[in-house]
Design a protein around this ligand. Sequence first.
Ligand SMILES: Nc1ncnc2c1ncn2[C@@H]1O[C@H](COP(=O)(O)OP(=O)(O)OP(=O)(O)O)[C@@H](O)[C@H]1O
Ligand SMILES: [Mg+2]
Length: 246
Amino acid sequence: MVVEHFLEIVGINKSFGSVQVLKTCSMTVAAKETVVVIGPSGSGKSTLLRSINLLEPVDSGDIFFAGENITRERKKAHLLRQQIGMVFQNFELFAHLSAVENVMLAPMKILGVSSADAHDIAVDLLRKVQIPEKADAFPDELSGGQQQRVAIARALAMRPKLMLYDEPTSALDPEMIREVLDVMAELSAEGMTSIVVTHEMGFARRAADRIVFMEQGEIIESASSDQFFGGTVNDRARRFLDQILH
Ligand SMILES: Nc1ncnc2c1ncn2[C@@H]1O[C@H](COP(=O)(O)OP(=O)(O)OP(=O)(O)O)[C@@H](O)[C@H]1O
Ligand SMILES: [Mg+2]
């Protein structure tokens, strides 16, 4: 296959019992692109992200990552996940580890990096997410926004080629949303290929190259950011957008 796209999803289907959650979904993501995925609750956004890093096996269809068909590579799933960073709504930090230890863990355990080197990497990343002073703090001593930035640093410690964010700011108090989005926008600007499920349309406007709209398991719209915000948008996507903006 010619590598035209960094990530290519071709007609994936997924059901849970009798409910079809992904209906022949196709999308492509180019290297360095940031794609924002929006859509009503239950439309399949999380399932789409989880199928990309093989947390959720699909029933049919194909997923190509960096030119390789990864869809049925269950045995290689752990290798793949090293290249794909994922950030969740609820941070999921290790409560018994400090911020710096949370970031050090995967490079040490999975890549075999020495503790001194992992510490250097972690300190650099905590600086990158703007909380170098919190290195020794434990998760319960950090605000939600700080915890989420540690989670981003932890994902970056594996030097991922793709970042997936699943509603990374929806559990945060409003005043902390911005600091997390700023870090994500900076990573995107630096060329980190990213797929972001979020309804923060300010972020989408600022950082997204493309907006994908899902409804009832279908990808209804995939528009460039200019088209989308310029108003050339599918009616159903428009109605949804009106709801979340008002
Ligand atoms: N493990 C599972 N077992 C059974 N059904 C599931 C499972 N995970 C998701 N679903 C169902 O699949 C559908 C899509 O869920 P998904 O979490 O992907 O939606 P979403 O768009 O991320 O929603 P939200 O905005 O609420 O996070 C929902 O109907 C959900 O109940
Ligand atoms: Mg979800």
